[in-house]
Design a protein around this ligand. Structure first.
Ligand code: GDP
Length: 425
């Protein structure tokens, strides 16, 4: 059985925690898109971790962790991340890397950094991890596949082609040093030695695992609104964040994905620029939620940047849940809202005086003003409660209100960052 765990919003919904928790009963956990540009924060019996490239199932002895073909594979970063968790006492994880994954190279990071600097005030707020140049190169067919590392002839041809194209840009657009072919080839040979022990024909491996009835999790990065097709283009990421892409980015049949657990945040947060209708504009109010949010505040796991804060947006979340093909919702960080007397919920968008509940394209989204309903707060700490009926009445009302707006059952409620802070409904 294959379950995807994905985000409905702008990312940082708490997918890492839900994956780490569900991984207890899984055999295989797969990253299928993105790279080291976003982080998952996980708190378990080994301590607190910020994972960027490794799947959130690496903490168990019994699981296999897979980097699928859809991922932007930064090889030294992967090795560094493995060593870091092992140094903290986690048993060395069993990791497989798809032979069809492509390499995120140092020149992708350079290009990303140069481009953000060139755009200056109009930048996308990239984490400068090289993700956009990586995926552009993949589809421009000048990417380097893991399998190609083992063929010197192909590699030399590729490097020639890459240097010709990149150096025009590096020299004339960015006025920066050119790439050196020999150096690049040496780097690739080092990468080959580093990755060799992990390389696997992942789609065949998964085909057999599915036949054997293994329990498989696909772990998404970021959320629906950052999807390049269905999100707030162009303020999106460069690979699909949707469960459907799990089939492609892991190499399995789409109909095998039977369960889609979409993680929805009880309030909103976003990093980087882009439309954000329910953003809290009063900085003092936003700051209070930011300080109380997540575990130790809403700051980027990769960059440490303060996240932009907002109230729950039912329009964006319902759309985010629908576009994922959600079969169940996991509602997270609900405990954070316990300090509020009343909680605003954005239930509609006012676009030029017309109220809509349908999430529009970006050009219309720019015009949208939030329409709020106010729900009474519960004014207490709900951490430690593990039965739904024991939650305060106003808290249950908030959950049920959100569930009605989302039109999909909320089956999991997360009321704290730890593995056990969870209520099943
Ligand atoms: P991801 O990228 O979707 O995995 O999310 P992040 O790891 O960036 O953000 C989630 C943050 O919230 C982390 O610091 C988690 O430890 C924390 N977290 C997850 N679920 C809960 C919850 O239910 N309550 C609280 N207070 N924190 C949570």
């Amino acid at each position: 059985m294959v379950r995807a765990i994905v985000g409905a919003n702008w990312g940082d919904e708490g997918k890492g925690k839900i994956t780490d928790m569900l991984a207890a009963k899984a055999d295989i956990i797969i990253r299928f898109q993105g790279g080291s540009n976003a982080g998952h924060t996980i708190i378990n019996n080994y301590g607190k971790f910020a994972l960027h490239l490794l799947p959130s199932g690496v903490f168990y002895d019994h699981t296999i962790s897979i980097i699928g073909n859809g991922v932007a594979l930064n090889i030294p970063y992967l090795i560094k991340e493995i060593n870091e968790i092992v140094e903290k006492g986690v048993p060395r994880p069993k990791i497989l890397v798809s032979d069809r994954a492509q390499l995120l190279m140092p020149y992708h990071i350079l290009q990303d950094t140069y481009e953000e600097a060139r755009l200056a005030g109009k930048a996308y707020g990239s984490t400068k991890s090289g993700i956009a140049p990586f995926y552009s190169d993949k589809f421009a067919k000048i990417g380097i596949q893991v399998s190609e590392l083992f063929d010197d002839e192909i590699l030399e041809e590729k490097v020639e082609k890459i240097c010709t194209l990149k150096n025009v840009m590096f020299k004339y657009l960015y006025h920066m040093p050119e790439l050196d072919k020999t150096e690049l080839l040496n780097t690739l040979r080092e990468y080959r030695d580093m990755i060799e022990p992990f390389v696997c024909d992942v789609s065949t491996y998964l085909y057999n695992a599915i036949k054997e009835g293994k329990n498989i999790l696909l772990e998404g990065q970021l959320g629906s609104l950052k999807d390049p097709d269905h999100g707030i283009y162009p303020m999106v990421t460069s690979s699909s964040t949707l469960a459907a892409y799990g089939a492609i980015g892991a190499g399995i049949a789409p109909y095998e994905i039977s369960d889609i657990t979409t993680v929805v945040k009880a309030y909103s947060s976003a990093v980087g620029a882009g439309e954000f209708v329910s953003e809290i504009l009063d900085e003092a109010v936003a700051d209070e939620l930011r300080r109380r949010g997540g575990d130790g505040g809403e700051f980027g796991a990769t960059t440490g940047r303060p996240r932009r804060m907002g109230w729950f947006d039912a329009v964006a979340s319902r759309y985010g849940v629908r576009i994922q093909g959600t079969t169940e919702v996991a509602l997270t960080v609900l405990d954070v809202l316990g300090y509020l007397d009343e909680i605003p919920v954005c239930v509609g968008y006012d676009i030029n005086g017309e109220i809509t509940k349908d999430f529009p394209t970006t050009s219309r989204l720019k015009l949208a003003k939030p329409v709020y309903e106010y729900l009474p707060g519960w004014k207490c700490d709900i951490r430690g409660i593990n039965e739904y009926d024991k939650l305060p009445k106003n808290c249950r009302k908030y959950i049920e209100f959100i569930e009605k707006e989302l039109e999909v059952p909320v089956k999991l409620v997360s009321n704290g960052p730890g593995r056990d802070d969870i209520i099943y409904r």
